[in-house]
Ligand binder design. Structure first.
Ligand code: DC
Length: 227
């Protein structure tokens, strides 16, 4: 990358399309910082649940957001997510949080707050951000925008494997139904729905390995320098 030294790379797509692993490896290869924005929504959802804050209580919600800090830490086994300095990496990936994060991430107060955090984190560049609205809302001028897609059954199989590795055994049919419901919810919501930015490169990962996905994106990123 000769001219775009500290690029902003946006990777968006539905749940289970391989965003997290791909973003982590692309960031590693290009020596950039990986930011998992979905984990931020999950951490906020977890804190609301713990503190019994309802989505209808705007005042409490704003108070909670103002006193919350979500940070990330690189570790040998991947990105660790810290909520107010406590490691919640595993706690935010339970089926309960996966359900609850839907309505939480739709709330305009939550979105406004988290988009601000994400812009602050990414504005200096040198980042790979993954999420649903990075290329459309958070960084519409990102240097490279990728939209990952994959067949829902293949995504369910991948998600189940990840969950099994964390000791959660959920039948694949249930995982698939939950993913399809989240796709629907994420793409039809009023604020920042999941959609491909007009200038994003679509990568269908149904028949690709993680290695293929990473190589394809790294190749596109390396071309940025010669633009
Ligand atoms: O990628 P994930 O499954 O960890 O995302 C968790 C939830 O957060 C999911 O319901 C979509 C939402 N999300 C969002 O609305 N905007 C983002 N930039 C990232 C995630």
């Amino acid at each position: 990358m000769s001219t775009v030294k500290r690029p902003i790379i946006a990777i968006d797509g539905p749940a289970g399309s391989g965003k997290s692993t791909t973003a982590r490896l692309v960031a590693e290869k290009l020596h950039l910082m990986h930011i998992d924005t979905g984990a931020m929504y999950r951490a906020v959802a977890l804190k609301m649940l713990k503190h019994g804050v309802e989505l209808t209580d705007k005042e409490q919600l704003q108070k909670l957001l103002d006193s919350t800090m979500v940070t990330q830490k690189e570790s040998a086994d991947g990105l660790r997510i810290l909520l107010d300095s406590v490691d919640v990496t595993d706690d935010i990936r339970t089926p309960e949080i996966s359900l609850w994060v839907g309505p939480v991430s739709e709330h305009p107060v939550v979105r406004e707050h988290l988009v601000k955090w994400q812009r602050e984190l990414g504005q200096a560049g040198g980042v790979v951000l993954e999420g649903r609205d990075i290329g459309t809302v958070v960084f519409p001028d990102a240097d490279l925008k990728i939209f990952l897609i994959a067949d829902v059954h293949v995504r369910a199989l991948r998600r189940r494997k990840e969950m099994l590795a964390r000791g959660i055994d959920q039948p694949v049919e249930e995982v698939e139904d939950a993913l399809a419901a989240r796709d629907e919810r994420d793409s039809t919501r009023e604020y920042s729905p999941l959609r491909k930015a007009d200038d994003a490169a679509e990568v269908d990962t149904t028949h690709m390995t993680i290695g293929d996905q990473v190589d394809a994106i790294v190749k596109l990123a390396l071309k940025l320098g010669s633009k």
